[in-house]
Design a protein. Structure first.
Length: 242
């Protein structure tokens, strides 16, 4: 499969719940910031421990997706995509940082064969490290992310990450590709739409849009169109595990 046919097959499997059980136990990641008023804000987000995959714990495939498909699945699971600041925090707090494994660039980057090859490379690296399923891991994929650039660049996808070490991503924030673009290096990390702000449950949408609070989750300040970017719905107090 390729293109639209493959994307439709991926969506159909995820919609019927065909994903590893180990991805359903979200992990806490903590962030903090001091806003313009001098207030220190503490946040805890809850993130999928690894990138989205189709299959079981013992037989799964990491599945890159286009932006519209990724946001559709995130909404269905009561989640949101991360910001670059969240991606950095996830990498810094991951129990294990896997090494990026780039493949030869070219048209084949979007092929199912490359998806399978890269997934197997990650699996072998994880097995060599003895990682238990459900461990919070990072470093092995670029993230699809939320950014204000998406409001200025309609019909695009934003990607960021693939860290070699903290503060050093291979992929700086980019909106070069169209929204349907996906290649083997991309990963979908879901973040619960419920966030703790100073210990209180809040909608992550409200926090990202709030000028007083947004800096704890975004280096860009408020992401004012976050609901529209994610498809127009506020999925507060959701999450794959409820």
């Amino acid at each position: 499969m390729k293109g639209v046919e493959r994307e439709q097959a991926i969506m159909a499997e995820l919609r019927r719940g065909n994903l590893p059980e180990s991805l359903r136990d979200f992990k806490p990641v903590r962030l903090a910031a001091t806003n313009g008023a001098g207030e220190t804000i503490a946040a805890t987000i809850f993130v999928m421990p690894d990138y989205l995959a189709v299959g079981s714990d013992h037989d799964f495939l990491y599945i890159p997706m286009g932006f519209d498909s990724a946001t559709d699945i995130a909404r269905r699971f009561g989640c949101i995509l991360p910001t670059p600041k969240m991606v950095d925090a996830i990498y810094e707090q991951a129990a294990c940082r896997l090494q990026p494994q780039p493949l030869q660039p070219g048209p084949q980057m979007r092929s199912t064969a490359y998806y399978c090859r890269h997934s197997e490379m990650i699996r072998r690296q994880s097995l060599a490290l003895g990682l238990p399923l459900g461990t919070l891991v990072s470093g092995h994929k670029k993230d699809l992310v939320l950014t204000n650039r998406l409001s200025r660049n309609e019909g695009r996808v934003a990607i960021y990450g693939w860290h070699r070490c903290p503060g050093s991503p291979i992929q700086p924030l980019s909106t070069v590709h169209g929204a349907r673009y996906a290649d083997y290096s991309h990963g979908i990390r879901l973040v619960s739409a419920t966030v703790l702000i100073d210990g209180e449950c809040r909608s992550i949408f409200e926090v990202l849009e709030d000028p007083r609070l947004a800096s704890v989750l975004s280096d860009e300040g408020p992401i004012r169109d976050v609901r529209r970017i994610m498809g127009g719905r506020d999925l507060s107090y959701g999450g794959l595990t409820g």
